[in-house]
Design a protein around this ligand. Structure first.
Ligand code: ARG
Length: 551
């Protein structure tokens, strides 16, 4: 059990003994400053309302009824908060039983590029956020499977097929030209309808386009160290699953004819009108998503998460609203994990395609800049190319993950690549520093760092405030991941790791290791370094960032 949960249990117990009802909703959070303790709870504040008593008095009462054997100090603070300081011996990493989460299977959908279109920065974003969420779910023992839901169906394929037929090639310029011409637009729609009806020539062209693109897209797994996808259920996968949904909607009398199209009216929910089948008979993106949700549900998934940018908010609201109307979805079973827009600050990116920022260009430019910095900092580095690649990915991933995903972000190279700032390279640097100390001094006595730390903390006057703080921070990684997954916010983990790395650096400057004369102190510090290295490395791997031994 996580420490926070344990404190919650102890409090629930004490609250009951103090006359409070069992179902009381209260918080256990981290103390705002280490000088107040490790954890804090508002239980007496909310409880006092229920009992119509004074929060401070209730807090005292709860403390009196509390089994406080784990704590060095439990105190009332401010208007009635309770602050907890753990005994040093409790800062031992408990062997968390992380494999015990018995929730249902989750389908996590991310990285959904469109066939025959280049990858742009937004695709990097969904891939990076989705991959981080998957890693965190796995770490906490959830059953999660990923799906790259490629856009390989829909009216745009009419354009691609038309372009292929007319010009024997497909590109954005042709696409735009066709799109600008009313009669070509009609022709393109017809080509898609023909494709849906199984026209052999159109099928063949489509298949070729798909095959080339998919191969190219899946390079992302290597290129950005994205975990392999468990499923590849692109839009076309739902081709034969759409008519059943349409029937169901008709049976439930939800479909209305409007100007030749078949729609579901969601005005009552304030969500406008949802087009299910177009007036030319072509199926819609929404219909495929309806079919997709129901298919995934039949496969036994209890939750379907979609990592897609926030311009599609209305689409997902409509999707979930329709599923609700047919009684197929409960709250939280479908979630749009949305994210904002990335713009570029200062130095413009050499975009080949108008204002679209291509993923490839971002990566190439980042790599050039990183190569320069790394060569300056450490000209004799072995394995330089591998380090450059890892630092590039780390910088890009961290920059995206450290932001609250709801907000738009402004991409600024200076900020992305500041080795001393809140960046991926900063984490990698902190890790490499720990690795370098351990390379110089690895006494056999710290083979088992947890025991070593435990021995030392019995004798607590040898431990500095920074070391104490570090021990605590190292013990809460699983809680932080839990917090990050609550609303699918990787930034919570990223921000924690930044603070952890900062604390590690502070400890490094304050507490000498190699020169330390006191053998016990020295061994304790080494054990702490080993522990810090493992935990930081673990946290970085959850962000999908490589820990480097040297950089
Ligand atoms: N391919 C779509 C796009 O680029 C995103 C697909 C999102 N996933 C979904 N199930 N609708 O706009």
């Amino acid at each position: 059990m996580l420490m926070r949960e344990k404190i919650r249990e102890l409090l629930t117990d004490a609250a009951q003994k103090s006359g409070l009802a069992r179902g009381l909703v209260f918080e256990v959070s981290y103390a705002t400053d280490t000088k107040f303790g490790d954890y804090a709870s508002n239980i007496a504040m909310v409880g006092a309302k229920a009992l119509k008593s004074k929060p401070k008095e209730l807090a005292e009462k709860i403390i009196a009824n509390l089994d406080s054997s784990m704590f060095e100090k439990v105190e009332v603070a401010g208007p009635g908060f309770i602050n907890f300081t753990l005994k040093l011996s409790e800062l031992q990493p408990i062997t968390y039983n992380l494999q015990s989460k018995s929730k249902g299977k989750i389908l996590l959908e991310y990285f959904q590029p469109n066939i025959a279109k280049p990858l742009h920065i937004g695709h990097l974003e969904t891939a990076i956020i989705g991959d981080c969420l998957k890693r965190m779910f796995l770490y906490l023992g959830y059953k999660v499977e990923s799906d790259t839901h490629m856009g390989d169906w829909g009216t745009q394929f009419g354009y691609l097929i038309l372009a292929q037929k007319k010009f024997d090639k497909v590109n954005d310029k042709i696409y735009a030209e066709l799109n600008a011409d009313e009669s070509q637009r009609e022709a393109a729609k017809l080509e898609f309808v023909k494709l849906e009806q199984g026209d052999p020539e159109n099928r063949k062209i489509w298949q070729q386009l798909v095959d080339t693109s998919v191969k190219e897209f899946l390079q992302i797994n290597d290129l950005m160290d994205i975990l392999p996808f468990d499923h590849h259920w692109p839009e076309s996968f739902y081709e034969d699953k759409m008519s059943a949904v349409l029937e169901e909607l008709k049976k439930k009398k939800l479909i209305v004819e409007s100007q030749g199209a078949q729609i579901v009216n969601l005005e009552e929910q304030g969500l406008g009108v949802a087009i299910i089948v177009k007036s030319d008979g072509g199926t819609t993106y929404l219909l495929r998503d309806l079919a997709g949700f129901l298919f995934v549900q039949k496969e036994g998934f209890k939750q379907h998460l979609y990592v897609v940018d926030n311009r599609q908010s209305l689409h997902y609201k409509q999707l979930f609203a329709i599923l609700k109307l047919i009684g197929k979805i409960e709250d939280e079973e479908g979630i749009h994990v949305d994210y904002g827009f990335i713009s570029f600050k200062g130095e413009a990116l050499s975009t080949r395609k108008g204002n679209m920022v291509l993923a490839e260009d971002v990566i190439t430019q980042a790599e050039e800049k990183v190569a320069k910095i790394v060569s300056e900092k450490n000209p004799d580095l072995k394995d330089k190319q591998a380090v450059i690649k890892a630092v590039t990915k780390g910088a890009l991933k961290y920059f995206i993950l450290k932001h609250n995903r709801h907000s738009d972000i402004e991409f600024d190279w200076v900020e992305v690549l500041d080795f001393e700032g809140d960046t991926g390279p900063y984490l990698q640097y902190a890790y490499a520093r720990l690795a370098s100390i351990l390379r110089r001094v690895i006494p056999d006595s710290i083979r088992n760092p947890d025991d070593r730390i435990l021995n030392q903390v019995q004798d607590d006057n040898k431990i500095s405030a920074t070391e104490r703080e570090l021990l605590f921070k190292l013990s809460i990684l699983p809680e932080i991941v839990e917090d990050a997954l609550k609303d699918y916010m990787p930034n919570i983990l990223a921000n924690y790791l930044y603070k952890l790395a900062t604390l590690i650096n502070k400890f490094y400057h304050e507490s000498p290791v190699v020169q330390e004369k006191d053998e016990a102190k020295k061994n304790f510090r080494l054990a702490l370094i080993l522990k810090a290295q493992t935990t930081l490395g673990q946290g970085m791997s959850l962000l999908g960032i490589h820990a480097l031994e040297e950089m």
